[in-house]
Design a protein around this ligand. Structure first.
Ligand code: ACO
Length: 394
C-alpha cells in the first residue's frame, strides 16, 4: 500500500509521495530496470552479458559515455585512469586525523569530500574536459583511497598503485601487499571483484544516486556531491546491507536457528528484518543476486567452504517458501551473497560498503555528468505541512 496523493494547497497542485514510491525525479538514458521481469540493462546491455564478457573499467566508460571504448579510446582512457590514480601526498595528513578504528565509510566520506578542496577547478562544470577529468579522477582514486583507509585502520604503510596492474588487481595489491613480503594476486579473486564491481556499478535512481543528483543540481563541487552519495549509501537499508547480512549470518550462527530468525523477521513487533532481502523495485528477483550466488560457489570452491554460505542458502530456501515473503514479493537482493565473497577474499566486514562505493562511483559520476549536461533545475521536493497553523508569539 502506498500513500501517494495529489494535493491542492494554498501554493498550488502537487503530488505527495513520501519515499518516492511512484514518482520519477528525472529522465535518464543510463540504466533500465524492469522490476517485475528482474531485468537490468546498462545503456541497453543486459547485466548478465556485461558480467560475463566485459570488465569494470569498460563498464564504467559505458555508463559515462554511452558506449564501451574502442581500442584507441581504451588506451587513452586506461592511461588517464593510471595518471589520476595517485592521490595528493598531503591527503596523508588527512587520514592521520582519523582514529584507527573509525568506520571506513566515515573516513571515505570525509576524504572524498576533502577532494573538493584539492580540485576547486571541478566547479567548472560547463567544460567537457574538466567534467571528464573529474569523473575519471573519481573512478581512479576511489580504490586507492579505500585501500589507504584499510591500511590506516591496521597501521600499515600505504601501498601506491602499480601501473602494471589492472583495476581490481591493483586494489587487491594496495590492500594486501606489505613491505618486504611477496604478495601474489589471485586471478580468480581479481575477476570475482571485477564482476562484483560491474554488478554494483549503477542502479538508476537509488537513494545514493538520487542524493548525488540532488546535491549536483545545486551546482556544488562534484566531489562534494559524491561524498553526499557515500553518506547516503552507508545506511543498512541501502549499501550498508552487505555488512549487515554478514553480521546477521554470524548472529544466526547455526542452521538450527534459521526458523527463529525467519519468525523474528515476520514479527511486526520486532524491528528485525532479513538483511539482504527485499527491494523497492525488484518484485520478482534481483538478476544481480543470481549472478552473485553462482560466483559465490565458484569462489568458495577455491577458497574453501564457509558455513555462512550454507546458512544463507538455507535461509533463502525457507524464506522463498514462506507466505510472508511470497505475498510481499521479498527475494534475496544483490547484497545477500556479496559479503560471503568479500569475506572469502579477506576483505573485512566493515569495508564491505566501501567496496560498494568504489563500484557505484561509476554510476554516480555518470548520473552527475548526465544531470549537468542536460537542462535541469535545482531539485526541490515539496512537503505536506502538518504542523500548527499561525499563532501569536507572546
Ligand atoms: N525482512 C522482513 N520483512 C521485510 C523485509 C525484510 N528484509 N523487507 C521488507 N519487508 C516487509 C515490510 O515489513 C513490509 O511489510 P508490511 O507490508 O507487512 O508492513 C513490506 O515487506 C514492504 O516493505 P517496505 O519497507 O515498505 O519496502 P521498501 O520498498 O520501502 O523497502 C528495502 C525496501 C529497504 C530494501 C527493504 O526490503 C529492507 O529493509 N530490506 C532489508 C535491507 C536490505 O537488504 N537493503 C538492501 C537493498 S538493495 C541495495 O540497496 C543494494
Amino acid at each position: 500500500v502506498v500513500d501517494v496523493r495529489t494535493i491542492t494547497s494554498q501554493t498550488g497542485l502537487f503530488t505527495h509521495d513520501p519515499a518516492f514510491t511512484a514518482t520519477s525525479s528525472c529522465e535518464s538514458k543510463i540504466t533500465f530496470i524492469d522490476g517485475n521481469e528482474g531485468q537490468l540493462l546498462y545503456r541497453g546491455y543486459p547485466i548478465e552479458q556485461l558480467a560475463e564478457k566485459s570488465n569494470f573499467l569498460d563498464v564504467a566508460y559505458l555508463l559515462l559515455f554511452g558506449e564501451t571504448p574502442s581500442a584507441s579510446e581504451r588506451e587513452t582512457y586506461r592511461q588517464e585512469i593510471e595518471d589520476y590514480s595517485l592521490i595528493n601526498e598531503s591527503l596523508k595528513t588527512f587520514f592521520e586525523g582519523f582514529h584507527y578504528d573509525a568506520h571506513p565509510m566515515a573516513m571515505l566520506m570525509g576524504v572524498v569530500g576533502s577532494l573538493s578542496a584539492f580540485y576547486p577547478d571541478a566547479l567548472n562544470i560547463r567544460d567537457a574536459d574538466t567534467r571528464r577529468k573529474t569523473a575519471l579522477r573519481l573512478v581512479a582514486k576511489m580504490p586507492v583511497i579505500s585501500a589507504a583507509i584499510y591500511k590506516h585502520s591496521i597501521g600499515e604503510p600505504f601501498v601506491y598503485p602499480n601501473p602494471k596492474l589492472g583495476y581490481t588487481e591493483n586494489f587487491l595489491n594496495m590492500m594486501f601487499s606489505r613491505p618486504n613480503q611477496d604478495y601474489e594476486i589471485d586471478p580468480l579473486a581479481a575477476r570475482a571483484l571485477d564482476v562484483l564491481f560491474i554488478l554494483h556499478a549503477d542502479h538508476e535512481q537509488n537513494a545514493s544516486t538520487s542524493t548525488v543528483r540532488l546535491a549536483g543540481s545545486t551546482g556544488t563541487n562534484p566531489y562534494a556531491a559524491i561524498a553526499a552519495g557515500i553518506a547516503s549509501l552507508w545506511g543498512p537499508a541501502h549499501g550498508g546491507a552487505n555488512e549487515a547480512v554478514l553480521k546477521m549470518l554470524d548472529d544466526i550462527g547455526d542452521i538450527s536457528q534459521v526458523d527463529k530468525y525467519i519468525a523474528k523477521a515476520k514479527d511486526k513487533n520486532d524491528p528485525f528484518r532479513l538483511m539482504g532481502f527485499g527491494h523497492r523495485v525488484y518484485r520478482n528477483f534481483d538478476p544481480r543476486a543470481t549472478i552473485i550466488r553462482k560466483l559465490c560457489h565458484e569462489v568458495l570452491a577455491k577458497y574453501g567452504s564457509d558455513p555462512r554460505l550454507d546458512l544463507a542458502i538455507k535461509l533463502e530456501e525457507i524464506a522463498l517458501k514462506d507466505d510472508y515473503f511470497i505475498e510481499r514479493k521479498l527475494y534475496p537482493n544483490v547484497d545477500f551473497y556479496s559479503g560471503i565473497i568479500y569475506s572469502a577474499l579477506n576483505i573485512p566486514v566493515n569495508m564491505f560498503t566501501v567496496m560498494f562505493a568504489i563500484a557505484r562511483t561509476a554510476g554516480w559520476v555518470a548520473h552527475w555528468n548526465e544531470l549537468v549536461t542536460t537542462d535541469h533545475k535545482i531539485g526541490r521536493p515539496r512537503q505536506l505541512y502538518t504542523g500548527l497553523t499561525q499563532r501569536n508569539f507572546k
